[in-house]
Design a protein around this ligand. Structure first.
Ligand code: GLP
Length: 242
């Protein structure tokens, strides 16, 4: 079931996303949070830091599991998702660093790293709330459009659409990694609740295709239609066609 929340501005967007996460932690301080990178959740993380500073939320007993990571970037590379999460959220709240999990994109044996992440997710029990952004090609995490999708965490070759979209964060397209490690669609859909976030006119079409079009591996986000509890947080521009 999809619950669509359409907000009027950036501030409402961030407030709504942050309140959903904060209220979960107030009810269940030991919650398993599924976290996402990309530009969309940055303001939500900022607002969460404010709520933490105001004493309204604590992460000290929470666990976090990130969706994905580039392959081949050192952890301290400005664009690694581990560094992104540290800088945008973890360094500013009371979460225990050992409770923050990001798939390893540097392991010598990447298949093993994917298996290890799957085991970690299985041992964790269910993710209480999984945050998601949406790629311009309908990807979630780094599950790219393909003939077949994979359920568990796995290694993917990045789509050229994705590499081009993310090139804005690197000096040039050549520096954008060609591969990534990502939770699979199966892992994502196991979450108790999903918060899909999209902002801006450039996401309107793909969002409508994902949520109202057929279920297809050509648009991985379309499988969110099968989940029992998805909150879709959009601004007016991204939600125009819903
Ligand atoms: C990236 C990430 C996704 C993210 C998406 C959208 O490639 N792997 O998790 O949701 O692209 O990013 P943005 O929010 O910047 O549009």
């Amino acid at each position: 079931m999809l619950n669509i929340i359409k907000v009027n501005n950036e501030q409402q967007f961030n407030e709504t996303g942050a309140s959903l996460i904060a209220s979960l932690l107030q009810i269940n301080p030991r919650a398993n949070l599924g976290l996402a990178t990309g530009s969309t959740p940055v303001g939500v993380y900022k607002r969460l830091i404010e709520l933490y500073n105001e004493g309204l939320v604590s992460f000290k007993d929470a666990q976090s599991y990130n969706l994905d990571e580039y392959i081949g970037l050192p952890d301290n590379h400005p664009e690694s998702y581990r560094r992104f999460m540290n800088e945008k959220l973890f360094d500013h709240i009371d979460i225990q660093k050992q409770n923050t999990h990001v798939p390893s994109g540097n392991a010598e044996n990447l298949e093993q790293a994917a298996d290890d992440y799957n085991r970690l997710l299985e041992d964790a029990g269910l993710i209480d709330l999984q945050l998601l952004g949406l790629g311009h090609n309908g990807h979630i995490g780094f599950n790219e459009p393909a003939e077949e999708l994979q359920g568990p965490t796995h290694i993917v070759t990045l789509d050229e659409v994705t590499r081009n979209a993310n090139a804005r964060f690197f000096n040039s397209i050549d520096e954008v990694p060609t591969h990534a490690i990502t939770m699979g669609i199966g892992s994502i859909l196991k979450a108790k609740q999903i918060l899909l976030m999209a902002k801006g006119a450039d996401k309107a079409e793909i969002l409508a295709t994902a949520l109202k079009g057929p279920l297809t591996t050509k648009c991985p986000a379309s499988f969110l239609q099968t989940h029992a509890n998805v909150v879709v947080l959009v601004d007016q521009a991204a939600g125009r066609l819903l």
